[in-house]
Design a protein around this ligand. Structure first.
Ligand code: C2E
Ligand code: MG
Ligand code: MG
Length: 330
């Protein structure tokens, strides 16, 4: 019945000459098998529907007891994440990028970490999704942005050569519409020159609402901020978007770098991305560089910057200072 229903819903409708398609997520709970009264039935089917949405939407799911448990877990995690923001359990780590033309560390990416009081260090992959769903990405993103800009200035005050800091954006921050004014305010507050700030957005999120993103990116660019497409090659990799979206850097996804080796498909793809980006006057950063052969390949192909465990893992701000000082000595 659910399949029949969604097939009916999926039929296109024409509104003022535009063909519109609706998709639906459905949750199903059974009475009396899983629920004993109407209110439980409704709340369980709602949980199942949320689950269907988490799985990408446009499908249906049945309620199960494990769903109840995982919903509770998520709820707890959400409350704890809310507390984490207030109680300053979030930290920013920095992973340096090496400029291949000069052989110097010239930039660093800010990566958030959550030091949970009992669970220990929680990686961003485990909570950014939840933060996006609950809107907590707003305060988290603002915290990372402010911290990174402050830190970049602080390094300059400590007498280090200025480096660029990059901060990851979530498309939810762009949707809220306050991003440009927030960035302007943080730059003013911290005193960081705009061209030392870079903002990264993943390729898959770029396609979310292209026109709005192009407009926002243009405003950020007018401020003097640098922009990057993160995880390039894993989304739709539409070349026409690359031409239209105002960015400065393309970051090749780790998946391609992992498989680099002479004669491999990943080598061909990496080579093509570098050539294409350079053709459009964009700089190229390779992510996830772990081995010397990968570095040699990227040097040979004239990649601009590299980032990965071979150079350094993401580290605390103090540790990065040590790395930057070491290179001054060389
Ligand atoms: P990303 O922006 O693509 O960041 C690169 C990820 O690759 C980082 O994982 C980094 O630790 C990891 N990495 C770097 N070098 C290597 C390497 O040589 N080998 C391997 N295997 N991995 C490497 P991390 O820190 O766990 O972050 C994961 C993702 O979480 C980031 O991917 C980014 O999309 C997101 N993220 C992190 N911090 C923030 C934030 O403040 N805001 C938002 N919206 N997203 C964030
Ligand atoms: Mg990134
Ligand atoms: Mg990436």
């Amino acid at each position: 019945m659910a399949t029949r229903l969604s097939n009916k819903l999926r039929l296109p409708v024409t509104v003022e000459g535009h063909e519109l398609v609706v998709s639906a997520s459905m949750g199903i709970s059974l009475l009396p098998d899983s629920a004993r009264d109407i209110s439980a039935l409704v709340s369980q089917s709602n949980m199942a529907m949320q689950h269907a949405k988490h799985l990408g939407g446009n499908n249906f799911q049945f309620y199960t007891d494990s769903l109840q448990a995982s919903t509770l877990e998520r709820l707890q995690l959400e409350n704890q994440l809310r507390k984490a923001v207030e109680e300053k359990q979030l930290k920013v780590f920095y992973q340096p990028k090496l400029c291949l033309a000069t052989g110097k560390l010239n930039a660093a990416e800010a990566l958030v970490r959550w030091d949970h009081p009992t669970m220990g260090r929680v990686p961003p992959g485990d909570f950014i999704g939840l933060a996006e769903e609950t809107g907590l990405i707003g305060p988290i993103g603002e915290f990372v942005l402010r911290q990174a800009c402050w830190q970049a200035c602080e390094w300059q005050r400590q007498g280090l050569e200025p480096i660029r800091v990059s901060v990851n954006l979530s498309v939810h921050q762009l949707r809220q519409g306050k991003l440009v004014s927030l960035v302007r305010q943080v730059l003013e507050e911290t005193g960081l020159a705009p061209h030392y700030l870079e903002l990264e957005l993943t390729e898959s999120q770029l396609l979310d609402s292209v026109e709005h993103i192009i407009a926002t990116f243009q405003q950020l660019r007018d401020l003097g901020v640098k922009l990057a497409i993160d995880d390039f090659g894993t989304g739709y990799s539409s070349l026409s978007y690359l031409k239209r979206i105002p960015v400065d850097y393309v970051k090749i996804d780790q998946a391609f770098i992992r498989g680099l080796g002479e004669g491999t498909e990943d080598a061909a793809i990496t080579r093509a991305i570098i050539a294409m980006a350079h053709g459009l006057s964009l700089k190229v950063v390779a992510e996830g560089v772990e081995r010397c052969e990968q570095l040699e390949f990227l040097k040979h192909e004239q990649c601009d910057e590299v980032q990965g465990y071979l150079i350094s893992r993401p580290v605390e701000a103090d540790r990065l200072v040590a790395l930057l000082r070491e290179q001054c000595m060389e």
